[in-house]
Design a binder for this molecule. Structure first.
Ligand SMILES: Cc1ncc(COP(=O)(O)O)c(C=O)c1O
Length: 388
């Protein structure tokens, strides 16, 4: 994503992990640690791909699609080149396109809107619930027009949107539902996995995600066979048969090497999420008294704990104090989507909760390889920084 994506895998000089609290610097994220874990298995899987000489949409991809569908409890998974493409393909696969409006949130990153626009549809932004920061179902009614065709809620930071109410609204109004699950690998609500509420779900395997590839990757999951078939066609130029397209499609394929890496990392996803949950619980217990920690889980919600996001009034100063204490932070995201020039003209209702939250959110280090000592160091630094 080049220079515009100053995302969470932008890391500086990273010290070796240590539990020595006196000298510890804690990087916001360190993907090299994940790669080093069981690296023999990963390297062998990648080397096997190279030796087989099959590079795109082969057996590894097919196996990963089966395994990812099984993990998600979805009948079908169709891989593609990115999470952004997955949103576009899911919408097009469902028949959403030019002239249609899609209700979504601005409390997300640009690709949610980009994915909708690439399908030819117009994103319409609704505000989020005050604390939970996911789509506010109470606001959907006022955003509805004769052109509304679909809803794309985002399970932001790994926290489930209020899917029961959003799904009820979609059904009552004959709207399609595509879940943006880019941050929700392994999340669930009321016993149903993220992605299983809508007509389709879009997943990103960008390396920083709970399930990350070694580069870009994405997938659509769906229970609808005809949708899966259409997306398979769309990701490969629109080919109905070999070298013969009956619809204008894309080149949005997953590489064998990426699929092989994803299969290895999928085997670690549950343990990684459990570790994320433990660190988040530790932060909750230690920090709730000193600043605004994430809201408690909804009844019946299992969050994916993709990011641990606190809210402060003096974000730049707060981050500066943490940086001085050796603790890396990030911001997801510095500007709401509708505040960015490319999306400023899109239709929207009032977005006061989105705009407030985007001024206040700060992400603390949260990844499976973070040591207990580092988590304590973060807590110590936040306590000292939040008190001033
Ligand atoms: C909420 C959300 N939607 C969509 C995307 C797009 O995914 P990708 O970067 O794989 O295109 C991302 C990740 O960057 C995301 O966090």
């Amino acid at each position: 994503m080049g220079e515009v994506y100053v995302g969470p895998d932008r890391i500086g000089a990273v010290p070796a992990p240590t539990d020595d609290l006196r000298s510890l610097s804690v990087p916001y994220l360190d993907l090299a640690r994940a790669a080093a874990e069981g690296k023999e298995v990963l390297e062998a899987a990648l080397l096997a791909c190279v030796r087989r000489g099959r590079y795109v949409l082969g057996d590894e991809v097919a196996a990963f699609e089966r395994e990812w569908a099984a993990f998600c409890g979805a009948p079908f998974a169709v891989s593609c080149a990115s999470g952004t493409d997955a949103i576009t393909l899911a919408l097009l696969g469902l028949g959403v396109g030019i002239g249609d409006e899609v209700l979504t949130v601005s409390m997300t990153c640009a690709p949610t809107a980009v994915g909708i626009q690439r399908a030819g549809a117009t994103p319409v932004f609704v505000d989020v619930e005050a604390d939970r920061l996911t789509m506010d179902p109470a606001l959907l009614e006022s955003a509805l027009t004769a052109r509304t065709k679909a809803i794309v809620p985002v399970h932001l930071y790994g926290r489930m949107a209020d899917m029961e109410r959003i799904l009820a609204f979609a059904k009552a109004n004959g709207l399609l539902l595509v879940e943006d699950c880019a941050q929700a690998h392994g999340a669930a609500l009321s016993g149903r996995p993220a992605g299983s509420f809508g007509d389709a779900a879009a997943w990103s395997f960008y390396p920083t995600k709970n399930l990350g590839a070694l580069g870009d990757g994405g997938a659509v999951t769906t229970a609808r066979l005809e949708v899966a078939k259409k997306i398979r066609k769309l990701r490969l130029y629109g080919y109905a048969t070999r070298n013969d397209a009956d619809v204008a499609g894309f080149n949005s394929r997953l590489d064998e090497i990426q699929a092989a890496g994803l299969r290895v990392n999928l085997g670690r996803l549950a343990a990684g999420n459990a570790r994320r949950r433990a660190i988040a619980a530790r932060y909750d217990a230690a920090l709730a008294a000193v600043l605004r920690t994430p809201p408690p889980a909804r009844a019946g919600e299992i969050p994916a704990h993709h990011l641990y996001v606190v809210r402060v009034d003096d974000r730049d100063a707060f981050r500066g104090r943490l940086e001085a204490a050796g603790v890396g932070t990030d911001v997801h995201y510095p500007r709401a989507v509708h505040e960015q020039p490319a999306f400023a003209a899109l239709p929207r209702g009032p977005l006061p909760e989105t705009e407030r939250a985007m001024r206040e959110v700060v992400s603390l280090p949260l990844y499976p390889q973070l040591t207990d000592g580092e988590a304590e160091r973060v807590i110590e630094a936040v306590r000292a920084s939040a008190r001033r």
